[in-house]
Write a protein that binds this ligand. Sequence first.
Ligand code: FEO
Length: 398
Amino acid sequence: MTKHIKGNVHWVGKTDWEIRRFHGEEYSTHRGSTYNSYLIKEEKTVLIDTVWMPYAKEFIANLKKEVDLDKVDYIVANHAEIDHSGALGELMKLIPGKPIYCTRAATMSLKGHYHQDWNFQVVKTGDRLDLGNGKELVFIEAPMLHWPDSMFTYMTGENILFSNDAFGQHYANEHLFNDLVDGCELMAEAMKYYANILTPFSHFVREKIAQWSDLNLPLDVIAPSHGVVWRQNPSQIVERYKEWSGDYQEKQATIIYNTMWNGTKAMAENIVAGLKRSLGDEWNVKMFSVSKGDKNDIITEVFKSKLVVAGCPTINKGVLSAMSGILEEIRGLAFKNKKAAAFGAFGWSGEGAKMVEDGLKKAGFEIVAEPMKAMWAPDEESLEKCREFGHRLAQSVK
Ligand code: FEO
């Protein structure tokens, strides 16, 4: 089913209600996702992006109901990742030779994925493509948002920014527009998407937003490649991206832990008690089991935090696998300007807490206290030390 966006622009994408894991198994999509493709029918007919490969045939069948494929003049590939380029293989079998407008880097990634020598038309920032009816497409390279090959495409006359991954959300919804969906759900998904996908590229985000402001182009609609289209106050998501890309923090302390026999869990609960007593109600103090919680949701909470306290018992002279896994993911996301400390219960060798601290250091966090350790099941004296530990950590961020 297609949906009208604005003027002669329609959404011809795919709503994926079922997907629960994206990027293989790496990203949880509790609310599904969408792969947004847009069809422009001015004097020239243009298709912007496609859909994920499993939906290629369905996409083309639907597209044929909207337009005679031979009448498509141009294809724009804003980004080659297969959630957006996945139907190109099927499409180009039907209309070989049609020009594909993309960045030079995208010619490499598209050839790398599909091993075809399609009619690539390389564009750079500021290049324009006439659509007729007094309207044009303006291309804006956007490297690292989300791959080196990414670009934005802006449509004059309708003032639509087709931003591809940037400003997206993994959020399936029967309403395609931001003013028609639950605003809290929408912002939660937009933030999760930023925290888990775009954080490492925050300085590119800041540069791109500054460049966009300098272009001084009117903006009525931001049409990303995932989730809803921002048509009501589209600048709101640009403003949020400015905040999120600026080493974002809220008044939040997050405790992440795992446990075997509840010793480290008891420590976590008492560190939370010390933090809450010292930080007061203005602060959120949250605690998550990394074995039981959703990794990407926990990472979103880390993204929001000024202080991260991570705890793990010792096993086999190391740490439990869920903790080492999430610490590695946090390292890759390169969060900035966060304070941290480690803790853990142990029975024998006891390296766990120190190894967690090493993981936090590798992630670039500022360690504000020596690791808190408790031998065997923590007794009341140990738990009081944990509450004091929480109190001391609180002083480092107040
Ligand atoms: Fe939605 Fe980077 O692909």
